[in-house]
Design a protein around this ligand. Structure first.
Ligand code: SAH
Ligand code: SF4
Length: 365
């Protein structure tokens, strides 16, 4: 089928998505132009900013791809103090970010759960409720998700990493802490607790096929999530998956495939929030702007205090290690404009998808 005819369709099957994920040249240009226009028509060219605070690299898990996995003895462990986290949140508030993301390694001990609850309340009160808060702290019980929701978090990011259960098993240890079904249950739990729920996948993993990525897109649609963050898989030498580095596609190919994934997802889910992720920037300094040009609408500048930033190395060559929050914010606003988008200040930036769903529920009542 010609690309024009394909783009006019309202539903897509696996084979059609594979065609779109692998299209090149003029077809690729047409796809990207189409999804840029679709984003602008559906949700406008306004981009939401989230200040990303990497609160700690202490993690109880051992994902085979991740540089801060528990067994990496070379990772120097840190945990930001309450003052550092609150200071970073104040920075975002002063600089009109509208919301923050608290991300970190997974922990589920009571001290940690209580601490997050208290921090959420503190951030809410410093901004008088003005700052939106997204959490990305892994798998938790329903009670924990509820407590954190009630304390002020309203969005949560938990990537499924891959929707292919067999592939999931290959990139994780085989135990209860790393179980595909548990992770999926957590995503559903978050939806049930009322969070705007985000998930996503890694692109270009060892053993992953283009068909898997097409399935990932269909899976995201089926889950009906409000937001998605996905980016290229990047190798890290102190992880078990390093062994398979020779089997990977080149980083440039992973970047290109990442952009195709963003574009195709916009086609499938026109009104959700899609992040232009840091992993894209790790391959190409302009990677995030390229994603904004073709359909993404969220950007998450890293505002972790510089002293600790180098230790949050999920993958090698993570960008922005030496750039302070002020400088990275200024540069980012400039480059977002160049990609044809406008930064939205002081807004939580909920996805239109979520807002439409919320008003449907209200109307039914
Ligand atoms: N511990 C939490 C949040 C921090 S990790 C969790 O795992 O959900 C956030 C994301 O970083 C993960 O979901 C994974 O998709 C991504 N990540 C980890 N290692 C990576 C790597 N080597 N390359 C690219 N992304 C990676
Ligand atoms: Fe921990 Fe998240 Fe890394 Fe897995 S991906 S090891 S849960 S920080």
């Amino acid at each position: 089928m010609e690309i024009e005819a394909l783009l006019r369709k309202s539903t897509f099957d696996r084979e059609e998505l594979v065609t779109l994920l692998t299209c090149k040249g003029e077809d690729e240009e047409k796809l990207f132009a189409y999804t840029k226009a679709l984003r602008n028509q559906t949700i406008s060219n306004r981009v939401y900013m989230r200040g990303l605070i990497e609160i700690s690299n202490v993690c109880i898990k051992n994902c085979l791809y991740c540089g801060i996995r528990k067994s990496n003895v070379y990772a120097e462990r840190y945990t930001l103090s309450d003052e550092e986290i609150i200071g970073a949140a104040e920075f975002t508030h002063r600089n009109h970010y509208g919301s923050i993301v608290l991300q970190g390694g997974e922990r589920c001990d009571p001290t940690f759960i209580d601490r997050i609850e208290n921090l959420l309340k503190a951030v809410k009160s410093l901004s008088k409720g003005g700052l939106g808060i997204t959490l990305s702290l892994g798998e938790q019980t329903e009670e924990t998700y509820r407590r954190w929701f009630e304390a002020g978090a309203h969005r949560y990011l938990l990537r499924i990493e891959t929707s292919n259960e067999e592939l999931y098993r290959k990139i994780h240890p085989q135990d209860d802490l790393h179980n595909f079904h548990n992770r999926l249950a957590c995503i559903r739990r978050l939806q049930k607790c009322g969070y705007q729920t985000g998930t996503g996948v890694m692109i270009g993993l060892p053993f992953q096929t283009i068909g898997d990525l097409a399935d990932d897109l269909l899976f995201l649609k089926e889950l009906d999530v409000d937001m998605v963050g996905m980016g290229p898989y990047l190798e890290h030498r102190e992880t078990p998956l390093w062994e398979y580095r020779d089997q990977l596609m080149s980083q440039r190919e992973r970047l290109n495939l990442g952009l195709h994934m963003v574009s195709c997802l916009r086609l499938l889910m026109p009104d959700i929030n899609i992040a232009a992720t840091t992993a894209l920037q790790a391959i190409d300094p302009q990677g995030r702007e390229k994603a904004l040009e073709i359909g993404a609408n969220v950007i998450m500048p890293n505002i972790t205090p510089l002293t600790n930033r180098a230790n949050y190395q999920l993958y090698e060559n993570k960008p922005g290690m030496d750039e302070g929050a002020e400088e990275s914010t200024r540069r980012l606003i400039e480059s977002v404009r160049k990609s044809g988008c406008e930064i939205c200040g002081d807004e939580w930036g909920d996805s239109l998808h979520f807002r439409s769903r919320a008003s449907e529920v209200k109307n039914e009542k």
